[in-house]
Design a binder for this molecule. Structure first.
Ligand code: UDP
Length: 425
């Protein structure tokens, strides 16, 4: 199959850990590579965000990334990209004059818009089915972030419209299916395929980095408030009171090296909280860490803590599990499925420093429990979340789509345009 992936802001080539570069970048790169291993040909279309990027670049056998000029050739926050989706769609459909795909897979709602638009501009009579993975949903984001949500107001109408217009939606977990149904997406159109973990990059055994204190707990991810790193910081004084004074919280992720990261607003807010609680010396920021260095960091920790307010999926817990490290996870979104409470980690309510501290204290006090949870996590990651397995499930959804879409004309989708006035949604 020839598959076009559209990932407007999340390039497989980007450095990870910045505000807009994380799980989606990993997902698109790893899924493309795994589908290519199954014999498919993948082209990933992403927005050109620097002048010096080649137009077309091969990143794995049978996987190419194409940088499309759509808006300025520099980083633009993802929530400001909507006005450029029409240009992105035109660039993609131009490329299809020579490289026509059998199917297009949009990642994130704006890519879905561009994918649908490109199929309308494409060669006459050529219905190209559209599969959509949202990665995050505006309804959920609004519920949790309220007025702090920087999504464009159009998302409210356009995201469900993408869901209705796409031929098939791939949800990454059952909780997302629930949210999609609440958005009005017919359940018969939804398939589930989770995110995966690169088991070659994150093998069960290997070197662990050295640590500075008796215990290390680790937080990994984009440094945005909803990831709830403040919850872990607030747990530190409680851990101290519980008899664990020598604990380091290492925070990985950010917009550059450690020094650059500490200048950004969210790390500064987190450091101020740590200082106020008298645990500043226990918190350190590593900044952006390249993929190859992640396994040693995971293995250096007694526990990985993921306490977001909400989480569409969350690849970090899978990586920790693959490395045999227990996970303390807020029982939200995808984390409810990946982390099995009392088997591969411990669930805690979201935004709850007391429960987080209690779970961590249990783990720090009990090396046997850490080992048992770590071992079970490793088995679970290996048996259920390899990218090869995820690619096989995704391929099934593609085949289902191609069969169902046969004979449908693209007029059947109706019009849906990101910026034009009077769009019919
Ligand atoms: N990551 C990384 N280096 C960093 C920070 C994060 O490689 O400095 C990776 C991390 O290992 C994981 C991804 O970025 O693969 C984050 O994905 P996740 O799904 O957990 O969070 P999202 O970014 O989707 O919110």
């Amino acid at each position: 199959m020839k598959i076009a992936m559209v990932s407007e802001h999340a390039s497989p080539l980007a450095a990870l850990g910045g505000v807009d570069a994380g799980g989606q970048n990993v997902h698109v790169a790893a899924l493309s590579a795994a589908l290519a291993r199954r014999g498919h040909h993948i082209t990933v279309y992403t927005r050109r965000d620097a002048d010096d990027l080649p137009h077309r670049v091969r990143i794995f056998p049978r996987v190419e990334v194409v940088h499309i000029q759509a808006g300025p050739a520099r980083h633009v926050p993802k929530d400001d990209l909507l006005p450029y989706m029409e240009e992105l769609a035109s660039g993609i459909s131009r490329d299809w004059e020579r490289h026509r795909p059998d199917l297009v897979h949009g990642h994130f709602w704006m890519s879905g818009l561009a994918a649908l638009d490109a199929t309308r501009q494409g060669p006459a009579g050529a219905h190209i089915p559209v599969v959509q993975t949202f990665h995050a949903l505006g309804t959920v984001k609004r519920r949790h972030q309220g007025s702090a949500d920087t999504s464009p107001s159009e998302r409210r109408l356009l995201e469900p419209a993408v869901g209705r217009s796409a031929d098939r939606i791939i949800a990454t977990c059952p909780n997302e299916v629930f949210e999609l149904k609440a958005m009005g997406i017919p359940p018969g159109k939804i398939s589930i395929a989770p995110c995966g973990v690169d088991l070659d990059l994150f093998p069960g055994t290997g070197q662990a980095d050295r640590r500075a204190r008796t215990h290390r707990i680790l937080s990994v991810g984009r440094l945005v408030p909803r990831k709830g790193v403040d919850v872990v910081i607030r747990a530190l004084p409680l851990l101290r009171a519980a008899g664990f004074p020598d604990v380091e919280l290492l925070v990985v992720g950010g917009g550059g090296d450690a020094t650059e990261t500490e200048r950004d607003s969210e790390p500064r807010r987190l450091l101020a909280i740590a200082a106020e609680l008298g645990v500043r010396q226990q918190v350190s920021f590593r900044g952006q860490v390249p993929r190859e260095a992640m396994p040693g960091i995971f293995r250096s920790a007694d526990a990985v803590v993921c306490t977001p307010w909400y989480e569409p999926f969350g690849i970090v817990p899978l990586e920790a599990m693959a490395c045999g490290v227990p996970v303390v996870a807020a029982a939200v979104g995808g984390l409810r499925d990946t982390v099995v409470d009392e088997r591969t980690g411990l669930h805690v309510p979201p935004r709850d420093p007391e429960s987080t501290a209690a779970a961590l204290a249990r783990l720090l006090a009990d090396p046997g429990l850490r080992q048992a949870l770590g071992r079970a996590g490793q088995q679970r990651a290996r048996s259920r979340y390899s990218w090869d397995r995820v690619a096989a499930e995704t391929e099934k959804a593609y085949l289902h789509t191609l069969t169902g879409a046969a004979g449908r004309s693209h007029e059947a989708r109706g019009q849906l345009h990101p910026v034009k006035e009077g769009a019919v949604l």
